[in-house]
Design a protein around this ligand. Sequence first.
Ligand SMILES: [Zn+2]
Length: 150
Amino acid sequence: MTDVLTRAQRTFNMKRIKGKDTRPEMLIRRGLHALGLRYSLHSRRLPGSPDLVFTRHSAVIFVHGCFWHRHRCHMFKMPSTSRGFWAKKIAGNAERDSKTIKLLHDQGWRVMVIWECALRGTRRLKLRTVLKRAHSFLRGGRKLLELKGG
Ligand SMILES: [Zn+2]
């Protein structure tokens, strides 16, 4: 049992390291930058350390991996081993995400979540579409926008 947990924890650590500067996030960053939008990255001053922070627009963007953040979509699949470990870990992440959004809203930040499935996989949207949606979110006044695969 100990060994199973250790192994699961190790896999978890590796996946988490790989999760930094993931390709979907880079696509968004480069695209928005090309549109002239300026942001800071992974601000630790804010709840949840949002991936991109647009101070001028009082807005943040998260690019969420569908696995880690338990998106109910075709890209989410519970691992077949150490299910208990994963279920607990991922449920914890999802719970933290809702709290984070609430905290950000309380502080006057608007929040956009771009799900991985909007950028990768069989149901991904055109990058141009995603960038357009992000751009209009930033200029608009919506408090919350989630964008997922089609
Ligand atoms: Zn998804």
